[in-house]
Design a protein around this ligand. Structure first.
Ligand code: BGC
Length: 719
């Protein structure tokens, strides 16, 4: 008999429920502490999984108790949120997604897996795949942004990176795709709030990244905290059992979010813990994280006939099989057995710097204010985020220390050792104090250029960090205004480096700063990366994977909106627009400047007549019309103007990068499968529909800048 089956046959009910329970150690608490000290329960075999432990010694100490002192010796599964790096911190996912580079996405996950597994961990609660179109929601920082296709590519790359070729390898960790499903659509952008979107949107927008994770072999999935039209995802049998297990054949583990089973009572769908536990188990949730609902509720649920022992056994088997796939039975202490050599850490730091550099998005650059002159002798770093190591980490930092993440001040000092570079905060990020502004202005008087570092603290995005205002918090706008007004006419560039876990509504800053650089939260190498870009040692390449609003009133905002029956027409009052603001975003999805500019021509699409099995090839010529070498990102969209169900304004199909020397011309080549044009028909079943559609290619989702060509789609039936 295979090991999991043999163990199952030997288990008591409390031991089974132990395997279905994950509880926190005390390292990093991300919710209410419920479970308390678990050591005795591990010894008794009634807790089988842990979260939030760090350090191979601690992990192995716990593992030893499970393996040597519990009756059946079943090893623990131990996980942590490793979202964007473990010891080495990479940019937040929202920033890293803007690389549009699956290989680098995979490499950062691989590096994080090496570090996390060296710390004894076997699971990460990542990647986070919630499509996010509302910047009020703080968790957008953890996500790849607003586009489902980007989410699909990101999902596959991250699963490959975390899990490697074989989960049993000592440096592989199980990935957990989260939060399934549609959590990004929380009402009013408020975390944990209700979600009520059409099933079509769930199918088309929110589900695809999870489907991609399943196709990539993800080991586990986590349902969202939220409900979907009244059915909490933790109890959503249709979407968990139906879509994932039956439709997609997912046979991995489904693990609840933190206390989410207990929260079924608050949702108002269960009267007590037994009912909550039964709902979750019957929906397909195998592991109860932090609610202790399975251990306390399932015995009663069994007595009441709400669940069957067979359902419990099936869940236990899935957990044991995952432990087996991870090689935990064979070698429970293999992860964390050897420390990573320093050369590996150094390589990860270099990778973090490369990725951070490539993730910075140059939003504006008036009069080529950037790059700064290399001969600069005196530089003023102004603003509360100019020298804040802790904020460079972003909202999820794995096991990284608070200090040691390069700040803008440190990065520029390292890059320009002979220059005088000083920092004055001026104001705090979100306080009301403004007495420091005078000192900031005095420092500006001594400088040749000013780098204003403003935005959000790391804690202002991530979980439970929704914002009702999207401007600069505290008195930072006053600081920016004072600095820009003070130096006006002096010929000193004011470069704004904006830190945030979301797109911010900062139209005044965009209009008045000489250059605006979205730094997001760049991680351990933040300051070096920013210095490299500001000084032109690297031309910026990052692109925004979210649309930036001009004002909060435009939210939710995303490029793929359908046109509706009365699309905006400034000449016609009765069309879809605002009385007091334009519909146009502050910055489009895909926006990002570099130190050169490009001319696009000669779009060619083949074949012209396509069938479902074809691959569509798209060629476009691009000339670097600037006087510096540069890299362009190419976006290929489609639009179907007449279909049985109205299609989005644009749908992203492929991206490519093209590096061009100054003055050079080359051809970008992109490809996408015709089958990806299918969409949920009137009955929500996938439909590949005949008709003419546009292929549109350009440097962002800005319609005004897209070249377009027709293709004709044919189906055997002709419809
Ligand atoms: C978050 C999850 C996370 C879990 C464990 C929850 O509060 O929603 O994303 O994986 O905590 O830390």
């Amino acid at each position: 008999m295979p090991k999991p089956e043999a163990l199952l046959a030997a288990m008591t009910l409390p031991e089974k429920l132990g395997q279905l329970t994950m509880t926190a150690s005390s390292y990093a608490v991300t919710g209410p502490v419920i479970a308390g000290d678990s050591t005795e329960a591990i010894r008794a075999g009634t807790i089988g999984n842990l979260l939030n432990m760090v350090g191979a010694d601690h992990v192995n100490e716990m593992q030893r108790i499970a393996v040597n002192e519990s009756r059946l010796g079943i090893p623990l599964l131990i996980g942590l949120d490793v979202l964007h790096g473990h010891r080495t911190v990479f940019p937040i996912p929202l920033a890293e997604a803007g690389l549009f580079d699956p290989l680098l996405w995979e490499r950062s996950a691989r590096a994080a897996a090496l570090e996390a597994s060296a710390d004894g961990l076997a699971m990460t609660f990542a990647p986070m795949l919630d499509v996010t179109r509302d910047p009020r929601w703080g968790r957008g920082a953890e996500s790849p942004g607003e586009d489902p296709w980007v989410g699909e590519c990101f999902a596959a790359a991250k699963v490959r990176g975390f899990q490697g070729e074989d989960l049993a390898r000592p440096d592989a960790i199980a990935a957990v795709a989260k939060h399934y499903c549609a959590q990004g659509a929380v009402t009013a952008g408020r975390d944990y709030a209700t979600v009520d979107v059409a099933e079509r949107s769930v199918r088309e927008v929110h589900f695809p990244p999870f489907a991609a994770a399943v196709r990539a072999g993800v080991a586990a999935l986590m349902p969202a905290f939220t409900d979907l039209a009244g059915v909490p995802m933790t109890a959503n049998a249709r979407l968990l059992r139906g879509w994932l297990r039956e439709e997609m054949g997912f046979d991995g583990v489904i693990i609840s979010d933190y206390n989410a089973i207990g929260e079924l009572l608050r949702h108002g769908v269960a009267a007590d813990l037994a009912e909550a536990a039964a709902l979750a188990l019957n929906a397909g949730v195998d592991i109860d994280m932090m609610a202790d609902a399975y251990r306390r509720g399932l015995p009663t649920a069994l007595q009441r006939g709400l669940v069957t022992l067979a359902a419990i056994d099936a869940a236990v088997l899935r957990v044991l099989r995952l432990k087996e796939r991870l090689g935990l039975f064979e070698a429970p202490y293999r992860r964390g057995a050897t420390a990573l050599p320093v050369t590996v850490h150094a390589a990860h730091q270099a990778l973090a710097r490369e990725i951070a550099t490539r993730s910075l998005v140059l939003l504006t650059n008036r009069g080529a204010a950037l790059p700064l002159a290399p001969a600069l002798k005196r530089l003023a770093i102004i603003g509360p985020l100019g020298d804040s190591s802790i904020d460079m980490r972003g909202p999820w930092w794995g096991a990284a220390a608070e200090e040691g993440h390069t700040t803008v001040l440190a990065g520029l000092r390292a890059a320009l050792p002979n220059a005088v570079i000083q920092h004055v905060a001026g104001v705090s990020v979100d306080g009301e104090d403004h007495e420091g502004i005078a000192a900031a202005l005095a420092l500006c008087d001594t400088a040749e250029a000013i780098v204003l570092c403003v935005g959000e603290t790391a804690a202002m995005s991530g979980e439970a960090a929704s914002r009702a205002y999207l401007g600069l918090p505290g008195r930072q706008a006053a600081l920016c205004d004072a600095v820009i007004s003070h130096v006006a006419g002096q010929g000193k560039p004011v470069i704004v480096v904006l830190f945030s876990g979301r797109a911010l509504a900062v139209p005044e800053l965009a209009a008045r700063a000489d250059a605006l650089l979205a730094a997001w939260f760049p991680g351990s190498a933040a300051g070096h990366a920013i210095a490299d870009v500001l000084l032109g040692r690297h031309a910026p390449t990052g692109r925004s994977t979210v649309t930036w609003p001009r004002t909060i009133g435009q939210v939710p905002i995303y490029y793929a909106q359908r046109s509706g029956g009365r699309p905006e027409n400034p000449q016609d009052h009765y069309t879809s627009k605002y009385l007091d603001e334009s519909n146009a975003p502050l910055f489009h999805f895909g926006h990002g400047l570099t130190y050169s500019h490009f001319e696009w021509s000669n779009l060619r699409v083949t074949p012209q007549l396509i069938g479902v099995a074809d691959s569509v090839e798209v060629l476009v010529d691009i000339r670097n019309a600037g006087d510096r070498d540069g890299e362009e990102t190419v976006f290929c969209f489609t639009h179907d103007p007449v279909a049985s169900v109205a299609r989005p304004a644009l749908e992203l199909r492929a991206t490519a990068h093209l590096s061009l020397k100054a003055g050079a011309t080359s051809t970008a080549k992109l490809r996408f499968p015709a089958a990806s044009l299918s969409f949920p028909g009137l009955d929500l079943a996938p439909r590949f529909e005949a008709g003419d559609l546009w292929v549109l290619v350009g440097p962002s989702a800005d319609q005004a800048r897209l070249l377009k060509a027709w293709i004709r789609v044919s189906t055997p039936a002709g419809h």
